[in-house]
Design a protein around this ligand. Structure first.
Ligand SMILES: NC(=O)c1ccc[n+]([C@@H]2O[C@H](COP(=O)([O-])OP(=O)(O)OC[C@H]3O[C@@H](n4cnc5c(N)ncnc54)[C@H](O)[C@@H]3O)[C@@H](O)[C@H]2O)c1
Length: 354
């Protein structure tokens, strides 16, 4: 079990050198940390990333267990394909390291719970990397909501419709056993999380969901990234829709696609309260009443790097012994909502979340 660490720098290991590079960018802006190791199955990739980021001091590994054995670390960023989150995060927690795990926390709620249990057993921090919570628009709107500007929020409409954005065929993203699902678990988790968090993370109670696979199985709709083998596996959805009811009366309507015949790609989150509404995203606005007159207010937002904000928050949680936002418990609840959308789509029935 790790001891509470209050001295700096915190020594960080990165496992997975894809989006792990964005974690490095964030950590490099946090004075209280240093990157001590980079690990990737593709050791060459890890070496290149260390070189490109001027991290000559970082030790390079191909196996996270060797990294845990050989380097003194305080915390690890887990940035590997979804199926590997649980085994690697649990190994790190059992080795006494705090964990920042990429979204989604795991491929399903059962696996996510094992990570949460390991964090709690070892009394360590486990944060889920929901980077959108650290954007300037998110922070602004959260403050407005906490000030009561929207009153009681009873409905949210959120989603991300990519027009042609399947991340290749035959890679881990389109293989259910490796990813846990398609756009819902990949990008839907970002938009559902932002709506849920802005609304105060109420308890979900039931879910209706539908999924479709209209592009992938025909070899259509591929985007410009990810591995691509035309005959590769595609056994996930390319469109998912969910309607989630919460214990406090809130309903969230979520739509997410990797490919759809829409005019353009669109990402949005709209919240509707009895005193005001708001829109998150490139066109952040508050829709409220000033002197009883419906008014649209557009804030002047500061520039922020959300990756820096995320890594600073993680470091602060370790150093100040506070609960990270989101912690693994929230990560498990998120996975229960995603699991329920898939289950409802499969059974064509409403699914109750216990
Ligand atoms: N927060 C975000 O905006 C965001 C963006 C992209 C991806 N992600 C998440 O990050 C994770 C990784 O996605 P990605 O796009 O970087 O994938 P990727 O396939 O581009 O990169 C993953 C890297 O992990 C390495 N890897 C795989 N298994 C490993 C293991 N057992 N040990 C060490 N290294 C291993 C691979 O060699 C590869 O270099 C996923 O969970 C994904 O959902 C988050």
């Amino acid at each position: 079990m790790a001891k509470q660490k209050t001295s700096t720098p915190l020594r960080i290991g990165i496992v997975g050198a894809g989006i792990g590079q964005a974690h490095i960018r964030g950590y490099k802006q946090v004075p209280e940390v240093e990157i001590a190791a980079i690990c990737d199955l593709n050791e060459e990739r890890a070496r290149h990333v260390a070189h490109d980021n001027e991290l000559a001091q970082a030790q390079i590994f191909a196996d996270h267990r060797a990294m845990l054995d050989q380097v003194e670390l305080d915390a690890v960023s887990v940035c590997v394909p979804n199926v590997a989150h649980r085994p690697i995060a649990v190994d790190c927690l059992n080795a006494g390291k705090h964990v920042l795990c990429e979204k989604p926390l795991a491929i399903n709620a059962r696996e996510a719970q094992k990570i949460a249990d390991a964090a709690s057993k070892n009394k360590l921090k486990c944060m889920v990397a929901q980077v959108n919570r650290f954007r300037a628009d998110s922070i602004f709107l959260k403050q407005c909501i906490q000030n009561g500007d929207l009153g009681n929020i009873y409905y949210a409409h959120t989603g991300w419709l990519r027009k042609r954005g399947i991340p290749g065929y035959g890679g881990w993203f389109t293989t259910k056993e490796l990813s846990g699902g398609g756009p819902l678990i990949d990008i839907g988790v970002h938009l559902l999380d932002i709506a849920w968090w802005l609304c105060g993370c109420p308890q979900p109670v039931s879910v209706m969901g539908v999924t479709y696979a209209e592009f992938g199985p025909r070899g259509k709709g591929v985007g410009g990234w990810g591995t691509s083998t035309p005959e590769g596996t595609f056994n996930v959805e390319d469109l998912a829709v969910g309607l989630i009811r919460f214990a406090n009366g809130l309903t969230i309507n979520l739509e997410v696609s990797w490919a759809i015949n829409n005019e353009r790609e669109r990402q949005w989150c709209q919240l509707f309260g009895n005193e005001g509404g708001c829109e998150w995203g490139e066109n952040t606005v508050l829709n409220h009443e000033v002197n009883n007159i419906p008014t649209i207010s557009k804030p002047d937002l500061p520039k922020r790097d959300p990756w820096q904000g995320e890594m600073q928050h993680f470091a602060n949680a370790i150093l100040n012994n506070t609960t990270p936002d989101p912690d693994a418990t929230q990560g498990v609840t998120m996975m229960k909502m995603l699991d329920a959308i898939y289950k409802s789509a499969e059974t064509k029935r409403e699914v109750v979340i216990k």
